[in-house]
Design a protein around this ligand. Structure first.
Ligand code: NAI
Length: 329
């Protein structure tokens, strides 16, 4: 089977090369993302591999069909970059990697949470300009906090396990409750979690129902001085409302690995130029705001697992025409 791998990175080649013979695929690689300009690279391929920066809307689904593509293997866990109805309507099938290393994202979430609590960005900025005082640096301890975790799936549960080692009180909210989570956290209705949490951590997928769940109305319900950490999806937050809440002091700190309009700049080296997004720029300029470029997932273990499952998905498609991780059923 001929497969075009979009968004491939130099440091991942070894993983693909080690497995190419085992899977008996003809792989071609491009660093480029899938766009109307690059879709021609998929011509003659039965399948493509994509990353989350490759968006498939109705137009792209039609272009892929025209190029002769049958299967889309997304390397990610999140699926909001694909219009699954449009993919199915064009007779294509798509699969994802439902999990590859929940610990990768959970550990990064802990890193961001602790960095906010200890004012790490401000301290780094101070040290950079040879300022070694303790001014505006005093931190807070996680063990004294109430942490609210929204979404207790694979990643949320792992974060809760890590949090529990710090001795903090953990509240959780999910549309489905899990018995294993109840051993470490208390499920609470969303309004109670909002009212009681010193730190709010988002680990739920982005859906039509929870788009901009953190908005002007919900921000009012949060505790004064709350910290917010989002390693899930940018669309969960109305960033204009959050910027206002940071400016007004309602929110004391914000760490994010994902941003609603990130596809405009993510994975690009803009060489010191500003991103064309005044809200994003105002956010990342703040000492109390930390941004990492959608790299929570990016560990050696995660990449290896992600590529392995992607190739297994494609092998299943090539042998049976369907796949256990299929999204377009
Ligand atoms: P999962 O499918 O194991 O768990 C998601 C949980 O969220 C489920 O328990 C589900 O019931 C719950 N949920 C769904 N809608 C909800 C809502 N409206 N309110 C509260 N809970 C809701 O997914 P997993 O592996 O834990 O991943 C969670 C999300 O993390 C992904 O959907 C993705 O958006 C994001 N992610 C981010 C990465 C990064 O690099 N920053 C990497 C991987 C995932």
């Amino acid at each position: 089977m001929k497969v075009c791998v979009y968004g491939s990175r130099e440091d991942e080649m070894g993983y693909y090369e080690n497995r190419e013979r085992e899977f008996n695929f003809q792989l071609t690689f491009t660093e480029k993302m899938l766009t109307p300009d690059t879709v021609e690279l998929a011509k003659g391929c039965t399948a493509i591999v994509i990353v989350t920066a490759c968006r498939i809307d109705a137009n792209m689904a039609a272009l892929l069909k025209e190029a002769g593509v049958k299967y889309i293997a997304s390397r990610a866990a999140g699926t909001d970059h694909m219009d699954l109805d449009a993919i199915a309507a064009n007779g294509l099938k798509a699969a994802s990697v439902p999990f590859y290393s929940p610990s990768a994202i959970a550990e990064h979430t802990m890193l961001l949470t602790l960095a906010l609590l200890r004012n790490l960005k401000r301290e780094m900025m101070h040290v950079q300009r040879s300022c070694f005082t303790l001014d505006n640096i005093r931190g807070r301890e996680l063990g004294n906090m109430t942490v609210g975790v929204i979404g207790t799936g694979r990643i949320g549960e792992r974060t809760i396990q890590l949090l529990s080692g710090f001795g903090c009180r953990i509240l959780a909210y999910d549309i489905y409750e899990k018995e294993s989570v109840k051993k470490l956290a208390c499920y609470a209705p969303l309004d109670e979690l909002y009212a009681q949490s010193d730190i709010l951590i988002l680990h739920c997928p982005l859906t039509k129902e929870n788009y901009h769940m953190i908005n002007y109305e919900s921000l009012v319900q949060l505790k004064d001085g709350v910290l917010i950490v989002n390693t899930a999806r940018g669309g969960l937050i109305d960033h204009r409302a959050l910027l206002d809440a940071l400016n007004g002091g309602k929110v004391a700190g914000f760490a994010f690995d994902v941003y609603e309009n990130e596809s405009a700049f993510m994975r690009k080296d803009l060489e010191g130029a500003e991103v064309d997004d005044p809200i994003f720029n105002a956010l990342i300029a703040k000492a109390k705001v930390l941004f990492t470029s959608h790299m929570s997932f990016y560990t050696d273990t995660a990449i290896e697992n992600m590529i392995q499952t992607t190739l297994e998905n494609l092998r299943e498609y090539s042998l049976t025409g369907s796949c256990k991780n299929e999204l377009t059923r």
